[in-house]
Design a protein. Structure first.
Length: 397
């Protein structure tokens, strides 16, 4: 479609500063209610003397995702963005790491699309109907940008049809990844189930936080709750933990966690893998009067929207209060949240409330977010979704 024939939408002038700073979203209540377009339609946007180009989404609360203030993106523009993202990850490729996020949606200037790389296989995931029109060009850009690429697959969204033998995976180019794919992360081997695993296979955003845990684990007993395939436990074991206990409600996750220890020659009787409900396990640990030197919490998101944030915060307080009671005095709590609606400041306040409920004191000694392959534009606070805090647990004096 030629730029001159694109639909034009005039936006409220109060959004101008927001848009000039580069924020990539326009919500539906800021566009004329009479707008009727098909998802994936390129739109020219005006707000005062600001101009931009975005994709219209007919279903999402985010009506417009803005890609450029200079031109309507085309195949060459998409290729340039993918190549820039590839180059920005070069430091990771020097750390014995073969699994990372190659493109992080809004953080890399491509709203609504993520691409994760597992060895020579790229996994695309989309989070908006409107970006479907870009997928073919994204696949071509990957072929041109990633050396020795063997396959590009797509992970289906939760609301998609799922009617073939490959489960959640759709082949877009090349070959399917092997079912037993093993990747490296800081030299550790990890099973990556791209067909049925959570997210696109692994939780890549915690890579550097796992590395941090390794440095604090020597000689410690470690409890890892919501352990998934045991990556935090694996780093703790390599760091010299005297014992690790990995707890996840999914039996398959517990089995994969044990297999990861075997792959890295770290298996031993001091490492335990349990398929249990984490809330129940923490309750029972308190009842038994048992404690650990380091307790790790990495729960799933407790809120999908702002309307759920109050209930989510209550759940985080409850979970962290339970965990604090399982930490030996002077021990460590590593707590995380991937709930984007919970800001870093409010996450710290939540931790303070959990500590107060248990009459303990938390002293934060390390705080982080997601790693360099999940960049956050300065103008896009929503992109800073991951919180990770390491704190010492002390009695109140």
């Amino acid at each position: 479609m030629a730029a001159r024939s694109m639909p034009t939408i005039n936006l409220p002038t109060q959004l101008k500063a927001h848009l000039q700073a580069g924020h990539p979203w326009v919500y539906r209540d800021h566009v004329p209610p009479s707008t009727r377009l098909a998802s994936g339609t390129w739109v020219r946007l005006h707000c005062g003397n600001w101009q931009g180009f975005g994709l219209w989404d007919a279903r999402s609360p985010i009506a417009l995702r803005i890609f450029s203030s200079r031109m309507q993106p085309d195949a060459n523009w998409i290729k340039t963005m993918v190549q820039q993202a590839w180059q920005a990850r070069e430091p990771l490729r020097q750390t014995a790491t073969t699994a990372y996020r190659l493109l992080f949606g809004e953080g890399d200037g491509m709203p609504g699309i993520t691409i994760d790389l597992y060895n020579q296989y790229a996994v695309i995931a989309t989070y908006a109907d409107c970006v479907e029109v870009l997928i073919a060009d994204v696949v071509k850009a990957l072929q041109a940008s990633v050396p020795q690429l063997r396959g590009v697959v797509r992970r289906r969204r939760d609301d998609s049809e799922n009617d073939d033998e490959t489960g959640k995976i759709e082949l877009l180019w090349g070959e399917l990844p092997p079912a037993n794919l093993v990747v490296q992360e800081h030299g550790l081997k990890l099973i990556a189930n791209l067909f049925e695993g959570q997210k696109t296979g692994l939780f890549l955003d915690h890579r550097e936080n796992r590395h941090t845990i390794e440095q604090w684990s020597k000689g410690k007993t470690v409890l890892n709750c919501f352990s998934y395939t045991g990556a935090f436990s694996l780093y703790a074991a390599r760091g010299g933990a005297s014992a690790t206990t990995s707890v996840d409600i999914a039996p398959a996750a517990a089995r994969d966690a044990e297999q990861n220890f075997v792959l890295n020659d770290l298996m031993g009787e001091q490492h335990t893998f349990l398929a249990r409900d984490c809330f129940d396990f923490l309750h029972r640990t308190i009842q038994r009067g048992e404690t650990y030197d380091l307790v790790i919490l990495d729960p799933p998101s407790f809120a999908r929207s702002k309307k759920n944030i109050h209930a989510a915060t209550r759940a985080y307080v409850k979970l962290n209060a339970l965990a604090i009671q399982c930490v030996a005095t002077g021990g460590l709590l590593a707590s995380a949240s991937c709930t984007s609606q919970l800001s870093p400041a409010n996450f710290r306040l939540m931790l303070g409330e959990a500590a107060a409920q248990t009459d303990q004191q938390l002293r934060i000694i390390h705080e982080a977010g997601q790693a360099l392959d999940h960049p956050v534009p300065a103008h896009f606070n929503e992109g800073r979704y991951l919180k990770f805090v390491l704190a010492r647990v002390d009695e109140r004096m």
